[in-house]
Write a protein that binds this ligand. Sequence first.
Ligand SMILES: [Zn+2]
Length: 133
Amino acid sequence: MMSIVTVLGAVAATLSIFDRIAAVKPGADTSKLSARMLAAVATIDTVSRRTIGRGAIITSGVDGTHRDGSKHYTGNAVDLRTNDLAVSTINVYARELDEALNGRGHRFDVLIASNHIHIEYDPKNYRMGVGRE
Ligand SMILES: [Zn+2]
């Protein structure tokens, strides 16, 4: 039989895992994100807490209207809320995200859009900074 300490440890571990999951705006669909993007979301959330003092808020996953061929449609892109952040903070946030996601090789684009940061898995064509997704 498991001791109460073991049970409490398991509960605490479970709670901390859920505590680390990024928030998702109502209506944003993250259910079909690719495995690579899901793994990236954990990193993105960690960077968010460290850099902007809150978890990442995903405002778009596979939902929404994007350009033809957008990585959103294949579950390889997410948009992050930035409309509550100062421009200088957004720039730091994007740099930190880029460093954390691409520290071992350029695989993710980090693009600063007018009201969000767009992140996509795109190992062939690395882009970083202000730009169109
Ligand atoms: Zn996007």
